[in-house]
Design a protein around this ligand. Structure first.
Ligand code: NAD
Ligand code: DAU
Length: 358
């Protein structure tokens, strides 16, 4: 008998969003055991979890979601009550240069993990296995692109355009197929763009902060007119907590901040904040903005309608955009070593040697 009320597997817990979810669960639920399974790719970094790594209810397992023997071993060892699945390849531009990697990790990796849960929980259509839950964390990009009007709801038809969003859409379909065919208890959420601390500096906001700091050009794709709906990462983690505990099995929930910005406008705002923080003259950093060739298949606009999550489960975002961006800039300026070590690959090399895949 475990001394813990629940044992939860979180995949991708060393990544950007995953590390915030692990931190929230470890601190908020001392009676849950949290097992973080991560392969530690370029995007996963145990520095992100330094503040909680010594906690009694936290364990790290380095491994690959594609390795079914490893998954079987840890399912038997820990007897998980729940899975929160975040491990993925997550960057759209990388999916354009290497689509196969996204199919392998995001589709085959997810199905391998679904198989492990199905096998271990011994699910069937007659027995939906009370108390167990496979929670799949997905993206609003599966819905495709909006024009000037409208929002994505849970009923919006899937219409992915990039290899990344096509791989996430496929993984969502497999999760639903395991619910319909095998009775695996699942829940899915589709979230808009996150921002905050520990975000790998290949994505727009941390890339812009890093480049402004180093007086390097800030690349803006096309005319910068594409719109993203930004959510502070801790608000996403709290939505995941809410959905994991209160979500209806078999359902989908959209998560978003109702916080739309054109890329060019958010980069301008970052320049203003950085000028102030770095003691530069107002308008100095804006000169770094450089318009570059557009991303292939670039979705014009994302905007999430999260009414269902707000009305049915009582979640709402708590961090205002300007406040969240300022906190994010402060974190990057205070954590220069983190930034240098993730961009140089030094952390990755160090942790690869510390944790050999078993
Ligand atoms: P990330 O790239 O920062 O982290 C991904 C993590 O997964 C890394 O720690 C990496 O080491 C791990 N990983 C990759 N392949 C693995 C494998 N084969 N086995 C085990 N671990 C592996 O990603 P993120 O931005 O934190 O996104 C997390 C999840 O949330 C993804 O599923 C993504 O699709 C989804 N999502 C992200 C956003 C966003 O704005 N970043 C928005 C909505 C949904
Ligand atoms: O919508 C949710 C998705 O948001 C997540 O599922 C993805 O994992 C996450 O990476 C993010 O995808 P985007 O492609 O929207 O994020 P990114 O930060 O790469 O780009 C944000 C916008 O900024 C997008 O319109 C492209 C643009 N951009 C991006 C980069 C890296 C630039 O203009 N210049 C850049 O250098």
């Amino acid at each position: 008998m475990s001394a813990f009320k629940k044992t939860i597997l979180i995949t991708g817990g060393a990544g950007f969003i995953g590390s915030h979810v692990v931190r929230l669960f470890v601190n908020k639920y001392p009676d849950y055991k949290i097992v973080n399974l991560d392969k530690l790719t370029y995007a996963g970094n145990l520095e992100n979890l330094k503040d909680i790594e010594q906690k009694q209810n936290y364990v790290f397992e380095r491994g690959d979601i594609l390795d079914s023997a490893f998954l079987q071993k840890i399912f038997e060892q820990y007897n998980f009550d729940g899975v929160i699945h975040l491990a993925a390849e997550s960057h759209v531009d990388r999916s354009i240069s290497n689509p196969i990697e996204f199919v392998v990790t995001n589709v085959i990796g997810t199905v391998t993990l679904l198989n492990a849960a199905k096998h271990h929980w011994n699910t069937s259509l007659d027995n939906k296995t009370e108390g167990k839950l496979f929670y799949h964390v997905s993206t609003d990009e599966v819905y495709g692109s909006l024009g000037a009007e409208g929002h994505f709801t849970e009923e919006t038809k899937y219409d992915p355009h990039s290899p990344y969003s096509a791989s996430k859409a496929s993984s969502d379909h497999f999760v639903r197929a395991y619910y319909d065919t095998f009775g695996l208890p699942v829940v899915i959420s589709n979230c808009s763009n996150n921002y905050g601390s520990h975000h790998f500096p290949e994505k727009l906001i941390p890339l812009a902060i890093n480049n402004i700091k180093n007086n390097k050009p800030v690349p803006v794709y096309g005319k910068g007119e594409n719109v993203r709906d930004w959510l502070y990462v801790e608000d996403h983690a709290s939505a995941i907590d809410t959905i994991f505990h209160k979500g209806k099995v078999g359902d989908t929930y959209n998560v978003g901040g109702n916080n739309e910005w054109r890329n060019i406008d958010i980069v301008h705002l970052l320049c203003q904040i950085m000028d102030k923080k770095l003691g530069r003259e107002n308008g100095e950093s804006v000169k770094l903005i450089t318009f570059v060739k557009d991303r292939a298949g670039h979705d014009l606009r994302y905007a999430i309608d999260s009414t269902k999550l707000q009305n049915d489960l009582g979640w709402k975002p708590s961090v205002k955009p300007e406040q969240g961006l300022e906190k994010t800039v402060d974190w990057y300026l205070a954590n220069e070593e983190w930034l240098n070590h993730v961009t140089s690959g030094a952390y990755q090399k160090y942790y690869e040697q510390q944790y050999v895949i078993r």
